[in-house]
Every structure is written in structure tokens, then in C-alpha cells.
Design a binder for this molecule. Structure first.
Ligand code: UD1
Ligand code: CA
Length: 475
């Protein structure tokens, strides 16, 4: 038997009223990507000939997010006829001329369905020669979902929506997951037979099941034991529940892959993060976006990393970083703020209350305390003294500061950009560096210190300071 042709249809035209949001439901984020991104990943895992996504509500925004995730997706516009059946009907019309095979229908609001379960559904469908195979689950609270109807011998006979169900049908706890594989030929015929004669006045895709059966097609309902696979997101409470569940699964997967995660309850890890063996994560961390962390690195407690690369054996404590690279063996924190474009070399240091932005800091170089370093290039093994500010902004434009290798910037310097400090320079404490400093020079601009003897006793008599000075003189 030759491989069946496959097309995936993703339903994403609904309004998502229950989210009560200006953002379309399928664009709400979950583990670092929109809901629809998870569904597209599952669709792509089947390697279908085409993926068609049906849109209508906030059409442009949803279509853009879909194409950003998968540029070959076919965007299908739903018309004013409502319902999941109508959505699939229009998607079928957009498939390549003469397409015949398996049509996999996924919902844009069912994000936890994984590749394995979906592949299983498709192979069950194709090997059993079904006209329709769907995922069902037995759930404690079936409220709001379509119920699976079976006859006395347990044979599938149809799906009834809650709003159209009788009291007895509502008592059924086996629900329709909204995930289906159809034979395209029988699906097309069945969709031609459905109407909108129901409580919601919509063309239900679920009504296709009974028609397919009347047309002689075999139907199978594959019951999933893990009901999260088909959990639909309709409101923000369900979104938070799904996010918590997915996070727990991601955390566990990394633990089993050799990552120490001390407190799963306070650790959030996005789906596209990658962690090497023997990484340690202390409580209160968010590892987000495309962050990757090499072996032996220690993260946290209380650290947020967004799209960062952390090198082997590095440590990042109580800090926040976005689009930053931290070299092997380097240390960051506590209380550091690394903004986009920060690149810290191997064994370097960014210490307490230091903010960096667009700053390349060479191997072994250190910015240990209370500094701002923006638009800077620093060579190797240089040290930036406590309280130093790289003044990169003249009020109109940003400028760059270059600091060479083996440089010692004194405490509380202001480096006024654009300015270049060459290799091997020292600068005195409190220097405001406005002119370039040549290699090997000492830069200073503080005026000599003057001590006015006896000033305190004369000008602040009868103070504790004056008493102390007097006592000292008597000794
Ligand atoms: C649907 C099923 C129900 C099932 C449940 C599982 C129908 C009639 N009912 O109900 O049996 O238990 O999913 O989660 O199919 N959509 C469109 N166009 C439309 C209407 C909806 O593209 O005209 C999309 C939505 O954006 C959503 C998906 O289809 O992604 C499901 O629609 P929704 O309104 O959430 O259906 P449910 O009431 O959840
Ligand atoms: Ca739904």
C-alpha cells in the first residue's frame, strides 16, 4: 500500500469571546510561543503535503503569526457562515487540485496535543481504513464539550454538542477532543449534507460524523488516557492551568535529562529552551525564549533569562538578562541587568548593580560593582572600577566607548563617549575621561586636594566632630 497523502487543517477563525481580550485567543502565549505555534509544530511533525489554517477574527494578526511560524501555510478565510464544519469545507476547497487522502483537523486552541499522540491517531486511521478517526477522552467535568454517542454494544454513532444534548446525553463523560482524521472523499460528501439547524445556528463539523456513517464509512474514536492532550483553551483560567501543566512536563523532562532543578514549582522553562547535562537551576528562575545553557552552569536563585546563551560553568545569580551571551566560567550577579547585545567573555565578571547594553566585554575582564556600561567594547583582562558610568548618550545620539586590554579604570569614572582608552592604561579615581588616552598613560583630571587645618573646631564648635578633633590633639 502506498503512503496516503496528508493535509492538515487548523481551525483558528473563532472569536475566543471567553478570553475577554484584545489579543486573539490563539495568539495568547504559552511556554514562549502563541497557542497556534504549538498546534503548527504538531501539524509540521506529521510532514503533511499542506497545512491550511482557517482564519476570520482579527484575520491579519492571526495570519501573520501563522506565517511567521510556518511560511508555507495556506491561509483560508472563513466567510460569514459560522461553524467548524464551514471552516473545514472552505479549507478543503483550498487544498491542491485533486487532493485525495487523509485530512487531519486540529484546533488552534488545543495546544498540548503532542506529536506522538497525533502520529498514533493518523496511523490508526490509515491502517484501519477508517473514514473518520477522532480523539476522545473520559473526563470528570465534560461541561461545554461535545459528547460521544455510542450504541448498546459500544459502537460509535455520533457526536452531540452540549447545547443540543438531552439530559441523558449530558451525563455522558466521554467527550470529543476536536482532533480528527478524515478521509477527504467522504468528508467532502458529508459536509455537503450538514445544515445549521441546531442551537447555535452553525455548521458543525461534528455533524459530519453521523453522515459519514450513513454513507457507509467506518468511524473510530481513539480514547486518550492523558486528557491534557485534548484540553481546549477557552478562558484565562484554562490557559493558566495548561501553562502550569506544560511547564511541569518540561521541567520533568529536563530533570530526567540530567539537569538539577531544585524547585519545580517556581521554575518556568519555555518550550524552546535547551539545557545541557549538569546545569543547576535554583528556585525562582524563568528560562525563556531560545535560551541555551551549557554544562555545569549554575542559574539562580531568582533569575530571568530571555534568549540568552550561558557558557559552561558560568554562574548567573539573582539577575535579569535579555539577548545576552555569558562566556564559559564567567560570573553574573547578584542584581545585574544585562540588556540586548551584552557579550561577556570567558571568566569575566558582571557584578552587583551593574547594567550593560550592547557591550562586548573580553575574556577575564571585570565590572564588579555599581556601573553602567552601554555601547562599549572592552578588551581582555581589564577592570572597571566601582561606580563607573559609560556616558554613551549626548542627548541626541548614542556613541561608542572603546577600552583596550589590561586597562584599570579607577572608581567612579565617567567615560564620555565617543572616547578610546588604549591598552595598558590606568585612570585615577573620579576621572571624567573626555579625551582619548594613549597606551600606557595614567589619565587624571582631579585638582590637588587641599586640607584646611583646624576648620572643624573653628566652624563647627561644640559638635561631636569638633570634640573628637580636640581629643585627638590632646593625645
Ligand atoms: C468544539 C467541538 C466539540 C468539542 C470541542 C473540543 C464543534 C461543533 N464542537 O467545540 O464537540 O468537544 O471543540 O475542544 O466542532 N472555529 C473556526 N470557525 C468557526 C468556529 C470555530 O475556525 O466558525 C475554530 C475556533 O477558532 C477553535 C476551534 O474551531 O480553534 C473550535 O471552536 P470552538 O468554538 O472553541 O468549539 P468548541 O465549542 O470548543
Ligand atoms: Ca474550544
Amino acid at each position: 500500500m502506498s503512503e496516503a497523502r496528508r493535509a492538515v487543517v487548523i481551525l483558528a477563525a473563532g472569536q475566543g469571546t471567553r478570553m475577554k481580550s484584545a489579543l486573539p485567543k490563539v495568539l495568547h502565549p504559552l511556554a514562549g510561543m502563541p497557542l497556534i505555534g504549538h498546534v503548527l509544530d504538531t501539524a509540521m511533525s506529521l510532514r503533511p503535503e499542506v497545512i491550511a489554517a482557517v482564519v476570520r477574527h482579527e484575520r491579519d494578526q492571526v495570519a501573520e503569526a501563522i506565517l511567521e511560524h510556518y511560511e508555507s501555510a495556506i491561509i483560508v478565510d472563513q466567510d460569514e457562515i459560522a461553524g467548524t464544519g464551514r471552516a473545514v469545507e472552505l479549507a478543503l476547497a483550498a487544498l491542491p487540485e485533486g487532493f485525495e487522502g487523509s485530512v487531519i483537523v486540529l484546533s488552534g486552541d488545543v495546544p498540548l496535543l503532542d506529536a506522538e499522540t497525533t502520529a498514533n491517531l493518523v496511523s490508526t486511521h490509515e491502517s484501519a481504513n477508517h473514514a473518520l478517526t477522532l480523539l476522545s477522552a473520559s473526563v470528570a467535568n465534560p461541561t461545554g464539550l461535545g459528547r460521544i454517542l455510542r450504541d448498546s454494544s459500544g459502537e460509535f454513532i455520533g457526536i452531540v454538542e452540549e447545547k443540543d444534548a438531552t439530559e441523558a446525553e449530558r451525563a455522558i463523560t466521554e467527550i470529543n477532543g476536536g482532533v480528527y482524521v478524515f478521509d477527504s472523499v467522504l468528508l467532502t460528501r458529508a459536509l455537503g449534507l450538514i445544515d445549521s439547524d441546531n442551537a447555535q445556528g452553525e455548521k458543525y463539523l461534528t455533524d459530519a460524523a453521523a453522515h459519514i456513517q450513513k454513507l457507509g464509512g467506518k468511524i473510530g474514536a481513539l480514547e486518550v488516557l492523558d486528557a491534557w492532550m485534548i484540553a481546549g483553551i477557552n478562558d484565562r483560567a484554562q490557559l493558566a492551568d495548561a501553562a502550569g501543566e506544560l511547564n511541569a512536563r518540561i521541567v520533568r523532562q529536563w530533570q530526567l535529562a540530567g539537569v538539577t532543578i531544585q524547585d519545580p514549582a517556581t521554575t518556568w522553562i519555555d518550550k524552546n529552551v535547551s539545557l545541557a547535562q549538569d546545569v543547576t537551576v535554583f528556585p525562582g528562575c524563568q528560562l525563556l525564549g531560545a535560551t541555551s545553557i551549557e554544562s555545569g552552569a549554575v542559574i539562580g536563585p531568582d533569575t530571568t533569562l530571555v534568549d540568552c546563551e550561558i557558557g559552561a560553568g558560568a554562574s548567573v545569580r539573582r539577575s535579569e538578562a535579555t539577548l545576552a551571551v555569558v562566556g564559559q566560567g564567567a560570573t553574573v550577579g547578584p542584581f545585574s541587568y544585562l540588556r540586548p547585545g551584552t557579550v561577556l567573555g570567558a571568566n569575566g565578571k558582571i557584578g552587583a548593580f551593574v547594567e550593560t547594553k550592547n557591550a562586548q566585554i573580553g575574556d577575564d575582564s571585570k565590572i564588579p560593582h555599581l556601573s553602567y556600561v552601554g555601547d562599549a567594547q572592552i578588551g581582555e583582562d581589564s577592570n572597571v572600577g566601582a561606580g563607573t558610568i559609560f556616558a554613551n548618550y549626548d542627548g541626541v545620539q548614542k556613541h561608542e566607548t572603546r577600552v583596550g586590554s589590561h586597562v584599570k579604570i579607577g572608581s567612579k569614572n565617567v567615560l564620555v563617549a565617543p572616547v578610546t582608552i588604549e591598552d595598558g592604561v590606568y585612570t585615577a579615581a573620579g576621572t571624567v575621561v573626555r579625551k582619548d588616552v594613549p597606551s600606557g598613560a595614567l589619565a587624571m583630571n582631579v585638582s590637588p586636594q587641599r586640607n584646611v587645618e583646624g576648620w572643624v573646631e573653628q566652624n563647627r564648635p561644640n559638635t561631636q566632630a569638633a570634640e573628637a578633633a580636640k581629643k585627638h590633639g590632646e593625645q
